[in-house]
Write a protein that binds this ligand. Structure first.
Ligand code: GLA
Length: 732
């Protein structure tokens, strides 16, 4: 990895073994992209790439009368001068002008990676990454910009963010501050987004790009289940195993936009950042604003390779703390077993049976605090309900620990029910527009996390209950979108800051809790996977993937999530049948065969299953204990897409290729069709592997494939709906 600056031609070349990112400075001081893609040799001069020719009906700059921003690939696009595409930023001066003209002033190249104040971001030490900070100035507006680029040594990744600074005397207002702008020279891409809603999160959708704008966004206050802040641009022929693709992952958990703008001259612009809709950030003299980070990765060998990059990078350079790269405890959660209707005794009964099965951690879900017997009351009152926990959290956690299980519980700290002591005492602590009724979501209101006193108060309450007991795990939920985003504590001018300040408030509480309790494993949740993003992973290394625990639906949800997020981040549990959300019944084997490919746990009362199933559960837990390190941190390959076929298959392979685990799922049976072969991936061609007692060469398994018939003969009746098998392959 290196970043070179060529003085004569004024270009920067960021490269590692796999990629090159080349940035030029034009005569007028404009920062443009000269190349981004597979690694190429450096050379003295790339300036021939700059397009310096006025075309009819194109605006050119007044000094050279030949250079147009519109015809060159901008690194941080602006609107108002010679570019008519979508802009990356906009600054309003006091006189109302929204035109800016930034030019290069200086740059800094250094080893390592900067921290972004108050925001999650990938991190790297001096041997892992190098950074280029380019400083630009608009003297008239009195604003400085720093475009920050970090290239990683081991990954085909460039991380970008931008810093704005008011260096003048007058106040300015930033009305748009995206994190990155990447202009590409052609539009022959397909846009792949991950969309959905509650219980059907992160389902891939593909669209062909051309001229005009394609975009996704969230305006719900959270990153959302509706659109995930992760987008892939792939060549039309790119598949899981071959072809080029570039992906953009936003390390942020609030409103966002991801946008591709295809110009009619043939350029493709990709933008990503905080959603500019209703965003306005005043900057007084001397103040700065830092955008969150976008992690841009590329591949020339297919989407599995692209996913491996994100999986490794996020496991090694985003997740922090004690649980980084540690296999996760097998847990049981009481939510689907009891909902809020439980007593200490009924909880202990579930826990004790789970312990017999080999479970390691008990999670007490919603309903333990305040007057919380249903979802109409109690949120905000983070004090134990004595009817349910007669000896408090301390009493229950001790009893659970005495059974030999670790203990954790659920919180939803950003919310308050109108029927709660907190709301009665502080009715003005919510996001609410003056004189208007506040919309409800699950009978609850959203606390105004842009206010420090609100976050402080919640921290104190949670600190008290967490520190009263031995707590190993916290599930942090967030169950409604933000509405009436207005803070009574802010001036009219500051209202455009509230949505972002809310997210900063959430991050600050996460920071304070994770610092106060560094050993606790945090799992984020938002009505399932409504805030499943890279920003959250910085604080909570795992996230509840979806409230939909139906194995067949989960295949799709986990498959879609795997494009941008590592398996170890995906909360996945075996629940009861018929499934609560879909009414579908699948075998306990199939439910586990899907949940293995995540953090793994149970969300049912094991007292209520048959003895025969209980024996299977014991075996499942044994299997997961033995294999979780490989599953959670191995290289994951998507082999057969559940969106294209009635079957799904995936596998994980250990780094040294000595062991692999394959999962195969029949989502719908097809009558009178040959069972076929499943081609495996990632193995060593020359190694011999043992599978189900037989020996195969790696090249046979990858090229001829694994005969599905083998498994049918062995009693895996794959002819039936919802059957599945998981098999272990070991080098001999
Ligand atoms: C949300 C979560 C569930 C559960 C409930 C509790 O829906 O996604 O897992 O914790 O809240 O109210």
């Amino acid at each position: 990895m290196n970043i070179v600056y060529n003085k004569t031609s004024n270009h920067f070349h960021l490269y590692n073994d796999r990629i090159s990112y080349i940035i030029g400075i034009t005569v007028g001081g404009d920062i443009i992209n000269l190349y981004y893609g597979k690694r190429i040799h450096d050379r003295d001069d790339f300036s021939h790439v700059i397009f310096r020719m006025g075309l009819p009906n194109v605006a050119v700059d007044a000094d050279t009368e030949s250079y147009s921003k519109e015809l060159n690939r901008q690194e941080y696009s602006s609107f108002g001068t010679t570019d008519f595409g979508v802009q990356a930023f906009e600054i309003e001066m006091e006189n109302g002008s929204r035109i800016s003209s930034f030019s290069y002033k200086s740059h800094k190249i250094y080893a390592g990676k900067p921290v972004i104040t108050g925001l999650p971001a990938t991190y790297a030490d001096e041997s892992e990454a190098m950074t280029l900070d380019i400083t630009l100035k608009d003297e008239l507006a009195g604003v400085g910009l720093v475009l920050s680029y970090t290239i990683f040594d081991k990954y085909p990744v460039v991380a970008r963010h931008t810093v704005f600074k008011n260096i003048g005397e007058a106040k300015v207002k930033i009305t748009r501050a995206l994190s990155c702008c990447l202009d590409l020279p052609d539009q022959n891409y397909e846009w792949m987004q991950f969309s959905g809603a509650w219980a059907r999160e992160r389902i891939p959708e593909i669209k062909k790009l051309s001229t005009g704008v394609t975009y996704i966004e969230s305006r719900r206050g959270v990153s959302s289940a509706n659109q995930n802040p992760f987008v892939i641009l792939k060549r039309p022929n790119t598949d899981e195993f071959m072809g080029e693709a570039i992906a953009f992952s936003f390390v942020y958990s609030g409103n966002f936009i991801a946008l591709a703008d295809g110009s009619t001259h043939g350029r493709l612009r990709m933008l990503m950042g905080i959603n500019p809709d209703r965003f306005a950030w005043p900057l007084e003299s001397g103040e700065s604003f830092e955008t969150p980070e976008v992690v841009i990765a590329m591949t020339d060998s297919g989407l599995n390779d692209l996913s491996h990059t994100y999986h490794r990078l996020y496991n090694n350079n985003l997740v922090r703390g004690k649980w980084k790269n540690k296999p996760r405890p097998i847990l049981i959660n009481n939510w689907e077993a009891t909902f809020m209707d439980f007593t200490e005794d009924s909880i202990l009964k579930i826990a004790s049976k789970a312990k017999d099965a080999g479970v390691e951690l008990f999670v007490l879900d919603d309903g333990w605090f305040g007057d919380r017997d249903d979802d109409f009351a109690g949120l905000g009152d983070w004090v134990e309900n004595p009817k349910k926990l007669p000896q408090g959290m301390a009493g229950l956690s001790k009893k659970i620990n005495d059974l030999g299980l670790k203990f954790g519980f659920w919180i939803e700290p950003e919310m308050v029910n109108p029927d709660s002591n907190l709301f009665r005492r502080h009715p003005d602590w919510i996001l609410a527009a003056p004189g208007r009724k506040s919309s409800l979501g699950r009978h609850q209101l959203v606390l105004d996390y842009s206010r420090k006193e609100v976050v402080d108060h919640i921290f104190d309450m949670l600190y008290a209950v967490i520190s009263s007991s031995k707590i190993d795990y916290i599930k942090w939920d967030m169950n409604r979108p933000l509405t009436e985003v207005y803070s009574v504590a802010a001036s009219s001018e500051e209202q455009g800051m509230i949505a972002h300040k809310y997210v900063l408030g959430v991050y600050s509480l996460y920071s304070r809790l994770t610092e106060a309790f560094p050993d606790i494993l945090f799992e984020s949740c938002s009505s399932g996977g409504n805030r499943f993003d890279a920003g959250m992973l910085y604080y909570a290394p795992q996230a509840w993937c979806s409230d939909n625990t139906d194995a067949i639906d989960r295949i799709r949800i986990q498959y879609g999530s795997s494009y941008g997020y590592p398996l170890v981040s995906m909360g996945a549990h075996v629940s009861a049948v018929p499934n609560q959300q879909t009414g579908r019944s699948t075998s306990i084997d199939t439910r586990a065969n899907v949940a293995y490919f995540g953090t793994f746990g149970y969300e049912l009362d094991l007292n209520e299953i048959s003895d025969e199933e209980f024996e299977l559960v014991k075996k499942q837990i044994e299997f997961m204990k033995e294999n979780r390190e490989l599953i959670q941190f191995g290289d994951f390959y998507r082999l057969r897409s559940p969106f294209e076929k009635d079957q799904c298959a995936w596998m994980v392979v250990s780094e040294d290729k000595s062991k692999a685990i394959v999962g195969f799922y029949c989502m719908r049976s097809n009558v009178n069709v040959l069972p076929g072969f499943l081609k495996l991936a990632g193995l060593d061609e020359n190694k011999k592997y043992k599978m189900e007692g037989k020996i195969y060469f790696g090249d046979e398994l990858m090229n001829m494939g694994l005969s599905v018939l083998e498994f049918q003969k062995k009693g895996f009746a794959l002819a039936r709906d919802f059957d599945s098998f998981v098999t272990v392959i070991e080098a001999v």
